[in-house]
Design a protein around this ligand. Structure first.
Ligand code: FMN
Length: 194
């Protein structure tokens, strides 16, 4: 496995003052030693058009390269109408195509999300977990990081100020690193047996 381990972070909001973007920036500071969280911003990914999937726009090409180069993925999702925001689902769909050339194949993934409500994106996160089944991604089960009442946990500059939330994110990233190592060791053992 590459050293340091690269985690590609993707936030499902384009809003400048997005709590989810802010949570992802916080994750960059909270990664364990030996792991780096890089960010891919979804700005510039156009609406998916299957006519274009064989020759996707440059931004989508870059996105797929960055996913493939990463050891693990961190998705940071808002919840829109009890589900995944279109911006995030759209990006997931682009990177999954054309059929047989999905960049997501076999990737370990962790998820978290921030909402201004009391459910902390739980419904969106469970919808995302369903999507991971078809993508053949390997989601980390625990810890679940559902950031409730987000407006109280970040300052006006978008810095995460809530210590409890920081501790949850730290645990999530540490668990993701272990999960990715475990997954990689399993792949190598399978390849050695083949
Ligand atoms: C279209 C739309 C739908 C929303 N639906 C939900 C929802 O189902 N549950 C929830 O907790 N918050 C919902 N919200 C509020 C979001 O939690 C809030 O806007 C949050 O700040 C979005 O994430 P962001 O700050 O990263 O952009 C919704 C917001 C929008 C714009």
């Amino acid at each position: 496995m590459n050293t340091p381990m690269t985690i590609l972070g993707i936030a499902g909001s384009l809003r400048k003052a997005s709590f989810n973007r802010a949570a992802l920036r916080a994750a960059q500071q909270l990664a364990p030693a030996g792991a780096t969280v890089e960010i891919f911003d979804l700005e510039g990914i156009p609406p998916f058009n299957q006519d274009e999937e064989a020759r996707p726009p440059e931004r989508v090409r870059q996105f797929k390269q960055r996913i493939r180069a990463a050891d693990a993925i961190l998705m940071v999702t808002p919840e829109y109408n009890y589900s995944i925001p279109g911006v995030l689902k759209n990006a997931i769909d682009w990177a999954s195509r054309p059929y047989g050339d999905s960049a997501w194949e076999g990737k370990p993934v962790a998820l978290m999300g921030a909402s201004v409500g009391a459910m902390g994106t739980s419904r969106a996160q469970y919808h995302l977990r369903q999507v991971f089944v078809f993508l053949n991604m390997y989601p980390l089960n625990r810890p679940e990081v559902m950031i409730t009442n987000a407006s109280q946990r970040f300052d006006e500059k978008g810095n995460l100020t809530d210590e409890e939330t920081k501790a949850h994110i730290r645990k999530l990233l540490a668990a993701l690193v272990e999960w990715a190592k475990h997954h990689e060791a399993g792949k190598q053992a399978t390849a050695a047996r083949a």
